[in-house]
Design a protein around this ligand. Structure first.
Ligand code: ATP
Ligand code: MG
Length: 686
């Protein structure tokens, strides 16, 4: 989709929330001067963060940059696992809590840094016994149990790269990812608990291997769900298929890990050695095997965790993402542990056994910082306020959001109902490719605005680029650190300017490429705007230099010559009291180019008559944005097609609305949803 004009609709979002003086006073960073300081010498800024890590050998050059190839901390040697565990133990913190884990049945474990060191060393030695060496790839397909995080760290310890595949993926998707990475060993579990049932992971692994995975030599299997009938915290494991054991290939965790030595030296890794490969979530097409290396990645996640989440020793940090996604890599495992944090991990669904599960966890463990996704927040809104209201959420002091643009109404709900009006919200924009957060508030400094990810992290320069490749970023950031491109005649006051988001300089945690596909890497991210990184997202910047992310540029609609972002119409719909969630797409239209079709989910407590409500919703969009944004079709639905990480897959909705065969559906969470929508759409449209 072409952004031939700047986006000219603008939600009138005028609410703003400065940090409270008490929060700012205690914050890890509260001096706005750090922005200009970082920009004066970005390499010195990053080198200072890298110096906060442990290096076996210090680097000699901070950055070698030959677009698109970045090398950070060249010549340095370090180990990510050593930085996440050993150095905390050596500093006398062996008894400090690292993980507070809850299984879905309510079983729980608290694991200290000292215990993790022992367990990770044993897993690492077991991997060595299975033939894993420095440079090999290990595929991990596990439920959210502590062993998942510890296995990632064990790989890092011995210099093997992990490729974690989310436990909700099918055998086909697993096979595709194993083969692309040419993984040598696959680590899985018998099954993981999910919404009262068991996901038969080992069985799916068997299916994937039957489809053909020539690189896999051994399969290591953790017993998690146990045989049907096993009692966990009073709950019996239901019937499920445990797969077929294959002697010689399959190895029981209990048989190999427990008998290992608890000493395993950390492999000194080159700063640019591969740490992991991770496949993107596939919202826009075939997933890409994103490559991350060691020194730069760890520097980026350590810095952002400390400043964005204002992490302190007494914090209890809960990032609800699964380790199958980049958020789980950077903000469940590497970033928090590099900072010695106390991390909550939860295995199961947010509505098991009831829709208050998240809030029970916050209450029980005294969670202070909660980081979750807009899709979850909108689901909680749909379920109603009663669930969070019956729990004590007073331990919370900071909230975060990631994954999609957060609609202002969902932001306000999060702020009021979950944060009790007192917690700053950090809406963090980043991607699998960026490795760590790039656009975000700093909670002790930034005045937030609902729906805006605010400003680039210190030392990052982001810009708005027009179709012709010009930097049209309208103003200096509110914090006074960004100057627009010289010669730009963009206004310094007035409405927001929209276009393509670009990142102007390399940063340490940036991806080093798509696994074994340098051409695709260059074409996707570097070709469109020479010299700048193009993430594929649209954004606008307002007169105070705040960034408002608009989603992927593929999702921008061109209606009668106007660019309208799907996100803005969705936010207008969610602003209506009856709507919990909305997905908007442009479908081809003879006269207008594209016409707007909206799919909406109604809040569970609302009673309605659909014709009346549909007319009201159309009028509401017109009133909020303008007549141009009135949807032609509004379809009320119970579900939306989402990726397994919970992002709305608008490309499939476009296929439905335009009556086409569906594109790649392998990353879809529930394929039945699109078929149901297709039937409903076809019956209502006519
Ligand atoms: P694929 O690249 O395979 O289509 P994906 O882009 O969904 O998948 P991720 O890397 O998990 O895979 O998601 C990154 C994208 O999520 C960003 O490019 C952006 O579109 C969106 N995103 C993440 N955080 C935010 C945020 N705070 N505000 C707006 N959008 C966000
Ligand atoms: Mg992407």
């Amino acid at each position: 989709m072409i952004m031939s004009r700047t986006i000219d609709t603008l939600l009138e979002e005028s609410r703003s929330f400065p940090p409270s003086p008490e929060f700012a006073a205690r914050a890890n960073v509260n001096d706005p001067g750090i922005y200009s300081e970082a920009l004066r010498d970005p390499q010195a800024f990053w080198a200072k963060w890298a110096d906060s890590l442990h290096w076996f050998q210090r680097w000699h050059t901070v950055l070698e940059w030959n677009l698109p190839d970045a090398k950070w901390f060249v010549g340095g040697k370090l180990n990510a696992c050593y930085n996440c565990i050993d150095r905390h133990v050596e500093a006398g913190n062996a008894l400090r809590t690292a993980f507070i884990w809850e299984g879905e049945p309510g079983d729980s474990r608290t694991i200290t840094y000292g215990e993790i060191l022992i367990e990770v060393s044993k897993i690492a030695n077991a991997l060595k016994e299975l033939g894993v060496q420095h440079g090999d790839r290990v595929c991990i397909y596990m439920p959210m149990v502590p062993e998942l995080a510890m296995t990632m760290l064990a790989c890092a310890r011995i210099g093997a790269a992990h490729s974690v595949v989310f436990g909700g993926f099918s055998a086909d998707s697993l096979q595709e990812r194993i083969n692309d990475a040419e993984a040598k060993v696959l680590i899985t579990a018998d099954g993981g608990w999910r919404r009262g049932g068991v996901v038969p992971l080992k069985k799916i692994v068997d299916q994937a291997l039957d489809l053909g995975c020539p690189s896999i030599e051994r399969v290591l299997v953790l017993e998690r769900a146990g045989a049907p009938g096993t009692i966990t915290n009073g709950l019996a494991t239901p019937e499920y298929d445990r797969g077929a054991w294959q002697e010689g290939r399959d190895v029981r965790w209990a048989d190999i890990v427990s008998r290992q030595s608890d000493v395993c030296d950390c492999e000194p890794m080159d700063s640019e050695d591969l740490l992991f490969i991770l496949y993107t979530s596939g919202s826009t097409g075939k997933p890409k095997g994103i490559v991350h290396t060691t020194g730069g990645y760890l520097t980026g996640v350590a810095a952002t965790t400390k400043w964005v989440f204002d992490l302190k020793d007494d914090d209890v940090f809960w990032c609800t993402a699964d380790c199958g996604w980049v958020t789980g890599h950077s903000y469940v495992v590497y970033g928090p542990l590099a900072n010695g944090a106390q991390v909550v991990i939860y295995e199961g669904a947010p509505d098991a056994p009831d829709k208050d599960r998240f809030w029970r966890i916050v209450e029980r463990h005294g969670v202070t910082v909660l980081y979750t996704a807009p899709t979850a927040i909108r689901t909680f809104m749909k379920w109603g306020d009663a669930y969070p209201k019956r729990c004590d959420l007073s331990s919370l002091r900071l909230l975060g959001s990631v994954g999609e643009p957060i609609n202002p109404e969902a932001w306000m709900w999060y702020h009021e109902v979950i944060g009790g009006g007192r917690c700053p919200i950090v809406d963090t924009w980043w991607q699998t490719e960026t490795g760590s957060i790039l656009i975000t508030p700093l909670p002790g400094i930034t005045t937030t605005k609902p729906g805006s990810a605010t400003q680039p992290f210190p030392a990052i320069r982001a810009a708005i680029i027009d179709e012709a490749g010009n930097d049209v970023t309208p103003v200096q950031g509110a914090l006074g650190y960004y100057s627009c491109a010289s010669g730009s005649d963009a206004p310094t006051t007035g409405p927001a300017v929209g276009g393509y988001l670009a990142i102007l300089d390399p940063w340490p945690s940036m991806t080093r490429g798509i696994w074994r596909d340098p051409e695709r890497f260059f074409d996707v991210y570097w070709k469109r705007f020479p010299g700048r990184y193009f993430p594929g997202d649209g954004a606008k910047v307002d007169h105070e230099g705040y960034f408002w992310l608009l989603g992927r540029v593929d999702d921008v609609m061109l209606v009668a010559g106007h660019n309208i972002s799907t996100m803005e119409v969705e936010s207008a719909l969610v602003d209506h009291h009856a709507v919990a969630e909305a997905a908007v797409i442009g479908k081809s239209h003879d006269v207008k180019g594209q016409a707007i079709a909206a799919f909406v989910i109604i809040r569970s407590e609302i009673r309605y008559e659909s014709d009346g409500l549909i007319a009201e919703l159309k009028a509401h969009c017109a009133a909020k944005i303008g007549a141009i944004a009135r949807p032609d079709d509004v379809i009320i639905t119970a579900e939306l097609p989402k990726t397994r990480s919970g992002k709305i897959m608008r490309r499939l909705l476009r296929d439905v609305a335009e009556g086409r065969a569906l594109g790649d559906t392998t990353t879809l969470a529930d394929p039945a949803v699109v078929n149901a929508l297709r039937e409903k759409y076809e019956s209502e449209e006519g």
